[in-house]
Unconditional design. Structure first.
Length: 415
């Protein structure tokens, strides 16, 4: 059986369904396929932090400005796919005060709302905050519930005439005379897809999919651990105000918090070792901000793999366990047009962050629309996601696409 579509998007994480939604809003017939349920890769195995841009402000102006812009957009369009918790960057007595000052100044320069408060006030806002907190910075961080976000995007794709295929792994890609002529999907789909254009939005797996089409997408995936513990009433996201390092984020959920994370380069995003020592270090580091978590038992532990682009990582000399610039935090994103490599109807989108998924999708859709000769503008920043304010309906969408993931499984109500 052959399935015809204008565009095939491979990868059903946030960026993939975001590309599909953007194109469908422009009147393009689009199909998105994932080898598992939606959000089953990096998207659903993240810490789920909605960045304000403050984490990157002193080191990455572009990334910081992108984050605060996309943060504001998601607050408008995503409803109950996000949690408006706010955030604190806390400076402990052992942390460099100059780093705090540089971050605060950069936030204010780049339009990120940031207010300095003394440690005593921070402890009034967050009972249980460490006594070693000398001061804090209030920023508009939040929480993303990726299962809901991805599922709502997918619903919009189908409501606009597109197709969403789950449990449909790519088995082969046929290239003839410089064009992809067919993509074979196995699993539940078991079809050949005839598309005018193909987008590789598989994140850490982009190198494997690119190789099927004879192109080289250089990825450097890094694993990170997340641990959820029972802790009710935290309030804001907690960030350690120091160079990004292991165990420097605590993300609040309804009755739990998520502790994260580490950064270790892996060879294969499907087959990599995990280290219990990283779990222990995450507990130790996060408890420096919130001491009570040190004595709590994990309710669930999961590992995610970041979709880092190797040339960018080389430029910043990142490495396993690094801090700051050397940490391998996925800041920038890259839309790779493979026409220059001899496949004219193929592109990959790599890097980036969950917070910037919509922007990544917009830039990718701009390229595809140009190649297809479509002139409709992007509208994904303006129109709310379907049923965005109805948590129960969003959770039904999650079930429809088998999109439930460890990041938010304590929040999303299963069926």
């Amino acid at each position: 059986m052959t399935h015809e579509t204008d565009v095939l998007v491979i990868g059903g994480g946030a960026t993939g369904v975001g590309v599909a939604r953007d194109l469908a809003m422009r009147g393009v017939t689009v199909t998105v396929a994932d080898r598992g349920g939606l959000s089953s890769g990096t998207t659903g195995r993240s810490h789920g932090l909605l960045h304000s841009g403050a984490r990157y402000a002193e080191a990455d102006e572009v990334g910081a400005r992108e984050c605060i812009a996309e943060n504001r957009i998601l607050r408008r369009i995503a409803g109950r796919c996000i949690g408006d918790t706010g955030g604190l960057f806390v400076q402990l007595s052992s942390d460099d005060p100059d780093y705090f000052d540089e971050k605060l100044a950069a936030c204010r320069e780049y339009g990120i709302p940031a207010e300095e408060i003394p440690g005593e006030e921070a402890r009034e806002r967050v009972p249980g905050l460490a006594s070693e907190v000398e001061r804090a910075m209030v920023v508009p961080d939040g929480v993303v519930y990726p299962s809901r976000l991805v599922a709502a995007n997918a619903v919009d794709v189908e409501e606009r005439g597109g197709t969403v295929l789950t449990h449909a792994p790519v088995e082969s890609i046929a290239v003839d005379d410089g064009r992809i002529t067919s993509v074979r999907l196995g699993g539940d789909a078991a079809i050949d897809v005839d598309a005018e254009y193909v987008v590789n939005a598989t994140g850490a797996w982009a190198g494997k999919v690119g190789a099927m089409a004879g192109v080289d997408v250089e990825m450097r995936p890094t694993r990170g651990v997340m641990v959820a513990v029972d802790y009710d009433g935290l309030g804001p996201v907690l960030n350690r105000c120091r160079d990004p390092a292991d165990g420097d984020i605590v993300v609040p959920h309804d009755e739990q918090v998520v502790l994260g994370t580490t950064s270790v380069v892996v060879d294969d995003p499907d087959d990599y070792p995990t280290e219990e020592a990283e779990v222990a270090k995450t507990f130790a580091e996060c408890s420096a901000m919130l001491p009570a978590v040190a004595d709590l038992e994990p309710r669930r532990t999961w590992w995610g793999v970041r979709p880092l682009y190797a040339p960018d990582e080389d430029a910043r000399r990142s490495h396993s366990g690094g801090t700051g610039e050397a940490r391998g935090i996925s800041r920038g994103f890259f839309v790779l047009d493979h026409d220059a490599e001899g496949v004219e109807n193929f592109a990959s989108v790599v890097g980036g962050k969950l917070t910037s998924y919509r922007l990544m999708a917009e830039k990718t859709a701009d390229l595809v629309a140009d190649r297809l000769g479509r002139e409709e503008p992007c509208r994904s920043a303006d129109e709310p996601l379907p049923e965005a304010d109805d948590a129960a309906e969003l959770d039904r969408f999650v079930a429809r696409y088998d999109a439930r993931s460890p990041t938010d499984e304590d929040v999303v109500v299963g069926e």
